[in-house]
Design a protein around this ligand. Structure first.
Ligand SMILES: Nc1nc2c(ncn2[C@@H]2O[C@H](COP(=O)(O)OP(=O)(O)OP(=O)(O)O)[C@@H](O)[C@H]2O)c(=O)[nH]1
Ligand SMILES: O=C([O-])CC(=O)C(=O)O
Ligand SMILES: [Mn+2]
Length: 608
């Protein structure tokens, strides 16, 4: 069955061989080559409604949209089950789990053997970024999950047109590469056995083979573990390609900012998972005359262009956004995007009238079904939605999507922001002295852990460039790569680097800075710094706004609170020093020496 079924799919021999080999190993009932058509979407979503994975939402509220609730053991990325299987352990570095690639393959072949019995194997041809790019970044995901196929259709450019392009290139003898990405929920069905709504496996492996540019994922249906074009390819594998080819694959949003005078600037920002990328990317400015348009909310691929500037593209096609906290005040643009439908909502609450709800959304329903399938009312002590519940929605539905999104060249970045979630120490915004100092700020970025990954929430950890779970190689080499980009290019043309923190708290535990749309005030200061217009105080950590240089017109905030936002407390910073020292020590000789020099400089300035 399998070889013959595979044969109908493609004339591309390499893909055909791989699909045949995987089918022989995993033993699916049949093989479906995904076209990406509307008819296929209807078939898939009808099938998912039939198995109970999807509940169709009310057409008048969320057209062509679906509700899903996962198994409670499958709600987030699993960092302790994520591996970088480079040939040499040294190349995975101290921040990644590692196993010998041959040993990992043997182990996983054992798990994959027969794992698709009773299921359809879907073959999803996709491209991250533009099909018209100079070097299109192809991938093929094999999965036994229709939920994954439906989500991939939202999140990535996929379907027959991508496969045809690969076939054409092969027929023309043009060399190109594609990333094989194998996924199974790891839940085979015996003859006659009924499926469950959310098939998965207690055993999970999310594995990257960097030299082979290959991904193997087993046991989870959750976004970051299963939509393999996203974190596994566009960050972990792409970061390795970027190292080898001299570009950057980063966990960054991209936005376009236009001033009242019509001056355009492009900003990229790296914040760890669930720390505000999607919200900033779609921000509605509170300061008059300023406009934000969105280019991307999670991933940026950046290359130095012939003009010496750093050009960024968003390789994705949809938003996979954190639902809780999203509302008309915090993110009206996201609300408008999802209101257009064509979306999948996972682990939120389902209302009686066929809509979705989550913590932080306006108008709580009198009764709903929680993500755990239990009755829920506003008086319930349990949350209606998992803190990492998500909406998955097409980027093209975003009213403020910048026209440049469709330009394969991307946009030239003027500023890079690094940011984290810190209740103390880090001021609202400050500017790095230069690229190397900016790399130091990125390399020492710290943030409280969130629900986006399984594990304890609220613990401060170093999350370099917001890439800790996503660097596909030795992080020491990654820092060196950043330093090299600065050295080999004209510093004057590269973006200026800033550090932001929206999450500082007062003594009562409340956020001091109102955040969301008010973050436009910080963006304004950033672009005025770039143009040499805004004042700053030089402090031991970098350039911090003077209270007057930040536009606070119409902002309801006391001078004391503003001072608290901008405060650089030398004692708090001195307490960071041993933590940074300990972090750097992890890398031994692999840490670029200039980062030690930066730390020495910071220490001297704080103590001097
Ligand atoms: N206090 C405060 N909270 C914010 C701000 N921006 C975002 N948040 C909250 O932070 C959480 C995550 O925000 P997102 O914008 O979805 O985070 P993200 O970085 O895109 O997350 P991933 O999709 O996991 O990469 C949500 O609950 C937001 O409401 C802000 O400016 N201030
Ligand atoms: O990867 C995911 O599942 C969601 C996401 O964007 C992140 O965690 O950064
Ligand atoms: Mn993310």
């Amino acid at each position: 069955m399998t070889a013959a079924a595979a044969q109908q799919g493609t004339t591309h021999q390499g893909i055909l061989d791989w699909v045949t080999e995987v089918a022989e190993l995993t033993q699916p009932d049949d093989i479906h080559w995904c076209t990406g058509s509307d008819e296929e979407w209807v078939q898939l979503t009808d099938f998912l409604v039939g198995t109970g994975t999807f509940i169709r939402l009310d057409e008048s509220k969320k057209p062509n949209s679906f509700y899903a609730a996962s198994d409670p053991i499958d709600v987030a990325r699993v960092e302790d089950r994520t591996y970088i299987c480079s040939r040499d352990e040294r190349d995975a570095g101290p921040t990644n789990n590692w196993m010998d690639p041959d040993a990992m393959k043997e182990l996983m072949r054992g798990l994959y053997a027969g794992c698709m019995k009773g299921r359809t194997m879907y073959v999803v041809p996709f491209v991250m970024g533009h099909l018209e790019a100079e070097h299109p970044m192809f991938g093929v995901e094999i999965t036994d999950s229709a939920y994954v196929v439906a989500s991939m259709r939202v999140m990535a450019r996929m379907g027959s047109h991508v496969l045809r392009k690969m076939e054409e290139l092969e027929a023309a003898g043009t060399e190109f590469s594609w990333v094989p990405a194998l996924h199974s929920v790891g839940h085979p069905l015996a003859e006659g056995e009924d499926d469950v709504a959310w098939p998965c496996n207690e055993t999970k492996y999310i594995v990257q083979f960097p030299e082979e540019r290959m991904i193997w994922s087993f046991g989870s249906g959750y976004g970051g573990n299963a939509l393999l074009g996203k974190k596994c390819y566009a960050l972990r594998i792409a970061s390795v390609m970027a190292r080898d080819e001299g570009w950057l694959a980063e966990h960054m949003l991209i936005l376009k900012l236009t001033s009242p005078e019509g001056v355009v600037k492009y900003v990229a920002a790296a914040f760890p998972s669930a720390c505000g990328k999607t919200n900033l990317a779609m921000l509605q400015p509170t300061i008059p005359g300023w406009k934000v348009e969105t280019l991307g909310d999670d991933i940026a691929w950046m290359r130095v262009g012939e003009d010496g500037r750093l050009w960024a593209v968003n390789p994705e096609y949809g938003f996979f956004g954190v639902a809780p906290g999203t509302n008309e005040h915090t993110n009206p643009n996201a609300m408008r995007t999802i209101a257009k439908g064509n979306s999948v909502f996972t682990n939120v609450a389902l209302t009686e009238d066929g809509d979705v709800w989550w913590e932080g959304l306006e108008n709580p329903p009198a009764r709903a079904t929680s993500w755990k399938g239990e009755p829920w009312t506003p008086d319930s002590t349990e949350l209606s939605s998992h803190p990492n519940s998500r909406y998955c929605t097409p980027i093209k539905q975003c009213d403020i999507l910048a026209a440049e999104y469709d330009d394969p060249r991307g946009v030239p970045i003027d500023a890079i922001l690094f940011g984290g979630r810190r209740r103390d120490t880090i001021p609202l915004v400050f500017e790095a002295r230069d690229w190397t100092h900016g790399t130091f700020l990125g390399a020492t970025l710290s943030s409280e852990t969130t629900a986006a990954a399984v594990g304890q929430v609220g613990v401060v950890r170093r999350d370099p460039m917001a890439m800790l779970p996503f660097i596909g190689y030795n992080a020491g080499d990654y820092f060196n790569h950043w330093i090299t980009v600065g050295k080999e290019n004209d510093a004057a043309k590269l973006p200026k680097i800033f550090y932001v923190n929206w999450f500082r708290r007062d003594d009562d535990g409340n956020f001091v800075w109102p955040g969301f749309g008010e973050n436009s005030r910080v963006l304004k200061w950033v672009v005025e710094r770039i143009d040499g217009q805004a004042a700053a105080v030089e402090t031991p950590i970098g350039h911090v706004p003077t209270p007057e240089s930040l536009d606070t017109d119409g902002l309801d905030m006391s001078a004391a609170d503003l001072a608290k936002c901008l405060e650089v407390d030398a004692e708090e910073w001195k307490a960071e020093l041993p933590q940074i020292q300990e972090w750097f020590d992890k890398f031994g000789d692999d840490l670029p020496g200039v980062l030690w020099t930066e730390l020495d400089g910071l220490r001297a300035r704080l103590e001097g």
